[in-house]
Design a protein around this ligand. Structure first.
Ligand SMILES: Nc1ncnc2c1ncn2[C@@H]1O[C@H](COP(=O)(O)OP(=O)(O)OP(=O)(O)O)[C@@H](O)[C@H]1O
Ligand SMILES: [Mg+2]
Length: 227
């Protein structure tokens, strides 16, 4: 049953600057199946294609060849507008550099995507507050990112990603800028979200320690899966 899978990629290729002298064959036939509720780490040397893969899965960039199914939907068949909508509801992103708006409070940062979907500002804010409280940020709602620690900022980013209840949460080195103990806290948070909400996680990391929190590791070398 294809519906059991949060993600399927078939023979995925990405060639940057195709047809020029500068062409880079970044992904060379990636086949992945990730079940709903799985938590998977993606590891591999710098330049092996990890970010490229996440960008394709998240619909930020287009593959050169192959297919991608997110929660059973063939995303290459979507128009730009459908893709934007699909991304909003199905993909949660957590980046290394937090990606919070500097001049917006924790609450304002978190509530942003809900303004696109909820009928009233009040409703959206109540939901965002509830999520931030669950993340232990109930007393930090009105702080700006610059007034929060790295781990707290990352929890705001996690709150924002989770609020839309996406099919997949993608993290590109989400703990890369955090010290070991804060990184461990964030990974424990992911594990408990994964256990409680059966949310699917795909996490790119350079750290074997971080990867050990996941159910399995996909290793990529030079655009190909090796393990
Ligand atoms: N927009 C682009 N145009 C041309 N080449 C690119 C582009 N983005 C990435 N590449 C190349 O594609 C390959 C894969 O890059 P990618 O960013 O996916 O690697 P990565 O595994 O995420 O590396 P890192 O661990 O350093 O983040 C590299 O050779 C990179 O130089
Ligand atoms: Mg990268």
């Amino acid at each position: 049953m294809e519906e059991e899978y949060a993600l399927i990629t078939k023979n995925l290729h990405k060639i940057y600057a195709q047809g020029t002298e500068m062409a880079v064959h970044a992904l060379k036939g990636i086949d992945i199946k990730i079940r709903k509720g799985e938590m998977v780490a993606i590891m591999g040397p710098s330049g092996c294609g990890k970010t490229t893969l996440l960008n394709l899965i998240g619909g930020i960039d287009l593959q050169t060849e192959g297919e991608i199914f997110v929660a059973g939907n063939d995303i290459s068949k979507l128009t730009d507008e459908e893709m934007t909508n699909f991304r909003l509801f199905n993909i949660g992103y957590i980046f290394q550099l937090f990606n919070l708006f500097e001049f917006l409070s924790a609450l304002e940062n978190t509530v942003l995507p809900l303004f696109l979907t909820k009928t009233t500002r009040f409703e959206a804010e109540e939901e965002a507050k509830m999520m931030l409280r669950q993340m232990g940020l109930g007393d930090k709602l009105n702080q700006l990112p610059g007034e929060l620690s790295g781990g707290e900022q990352q929890r705001v980013a996690v709150s924002r990603a989770l609020l839309m209840n996406p099919a997949i949460i993608l993290g590109d080195e989400p703990t890369g800028d955090l010290d070991n103990s804060t990184a461990t806290d964030i990974m424990n948070l992911f594990v408990s979200i994964n256990e409680n909400y059966k949310q699917t996680f795909i996490i790119v990391t350079h750290s074997e320690h971080i990867a050990q929190f996941c159910h399995r590791i996909i290793r990529i070398v030079d655009g190909e899966i090796v393990d």
